[in-house]
Write a protein that binds this ligand. Structure first.
Ligand code: ADP
Ligand code: MG
Length: 358
């Protein structure tokens, strides 16, 4: 038995398909279909870029414009403190329906706390959180019904089989009894675990465990899937496999994804837009390409300033070299990044369950 099964197509009635009969105008996940995500995703900004589907469709002239869809997620001024620690310190975010949004940051940045507020596992003491228009403070059950959540901590039970683990979530999410077996089977199929479904989770590899947790989150057909460090500690092949399964489901359902990760390469490859979070605040937000090009422009400006000031030393960051997303992070986070978190590349060890359960 191989530990990393190949990606399989989502079965005809994929988890969530019925919930997504009317995909949003932002839903364009074809870039991310399994196998080879090519190029860098650049989700259009509806506030700045005219949507060709909306402007060129001939029947639009007679039909009234539909009401704008609510954001999949909107946070305004979100704050959360643990005693003296301001874990989330005024976060504003908008995630559009259908996009893959990356929340990036070192350990302690506040990502998990923000996610817990969004999933209603923590209250929203200050600020506002809305999921598809539903207020997380006042409509908790409505929000929970829209969400799938793969927490940073292990959520699968090593003493149950893969199928039993997913079935447990199907019951928790109140999926009607007559549909349960089929929905569980579809969720397992969607993450490539059909063959291993009747084995104990304790026998799974780290990548399989992560995919099992993905199936647990998918069985309720979420419209917004929240993944907290979904690939931490996994080897590169297992990481790719997890992403491929996520993207196959996205392509079939139009599901929105909010993911936290330390891996800048993953954010570059799979996220339409990213927010760089540090010490409870969002320090930069945009597509990976936008953020890199902003930094390139700032470096070029700095280089022009230093050449017109002969006594000033040349900056170490050359304006000719293409910056990476990690360079952007260092630039916006300043020196505090190293001081607080050690080497950014090394902060990958919070999830100790990644290699094996049990
Ligand atoms: N249950 C808790 N009690 C006290 N402090 C916490 C708790 N959870 C998180 N924190 C603190 O809140 C800050 C943000 O943590 P967290 O949201 O886990 O960040 P991240 O997920 O980005 O690593 C950190 O300083 C962390 O120590
Ligand atoms: Mg975390």
């Amino acid at each position: 038995m191989t530990s990393e099964d190949p990606v399989r197509p989502v079965p005809g009635a994929a988890p969530g398909q019925s919930l997504h009969a009317a995909p949003s105008r932002h839903t364009a996940p074809s870039r991310h279909t399994a196998g080879a995500p090519t190029g860098r995703p650049t989700a259009p900004d509806p506030d700045r870029t005219p949507d060709p589907d909306r402007t060129s469709a001939p029947d639009r002239t007679s039909a009234p414009d539909p009401a704008p869809l609510p954001d999949a997620l909107a946070c305004r001024g979100l704050r959360y403190t643990f005693g003296e620690t301001r874990a989330v310190d005024g976060v504003d975010l908008s995630v559009r329906p259908g996009e893959v949004f990356g929340l990036l940051g070192p350990n302690g940045a506040g990502k998990t706390t923000a996610i817990r507020c969004i999933t209603t596992l923590l209250p929203v003491p200050t600020g506002m959180v809305r999921v598809f228009g539903h207020d997380a403070a006042r409509e908790r059950m409505a929000v929970r019904r829209l969400l799938g959540y793969v927490p940073q901590q292990l959520s699968a039970d090593a003493g149950l089989t893969g199928r039993e683990n997913v079935a447990l979530f199907a019951r928790v999410f109140d999926i009607p009894r007559r549909e349960r077996a089929a929905r569980v089977g579809q969720a397992l199929e969607a993450v490539g675990l059909t063959d291993a479904a009747n084995r104990l989770a304790s026998t799974y590899s780290g990548g399989m465990i992560r995919r099992l947790e993905l199936a647990q989150a998918l069985v309720s057909a979420p419209r917004l899937l929240m993944l907290d460090e979904p690939t931490i500690g996994l080897d590169p092949i297992a990481r790719t496999t997890v992403w491929e399964h996520i993207n196959v489901v996205r392509a079939a359902t139009g599901m929105t994804v909010l993911v936290t990760t330390h891996y800048m390469d993953e954010a570059e490859q799979y996220c339409d837009r990213v927010a760089l979070m540090h010490r409870g605040r969002i320090r930069a937000l945009g597509t990976p390409a936008e953020l890199r090009s902003d930094l390139r422009a700032r470096r070029a400006q700095a280089a022009r300033t230093t050449t017109t000031t002969p006594s000033a030393p040349r900056t170490s960051a050359s304006s000719d070299v293409e910056p990476t997303l990690e360079d952007v992070f260092r630039d916006v986070a300043g020196t505090g990044l190293d001081e607080q978190s050690g080497d950014f590349r090394d902060v990958r060890s919070t999830r100790r369950t990644a290699t094996r359960v049990g």
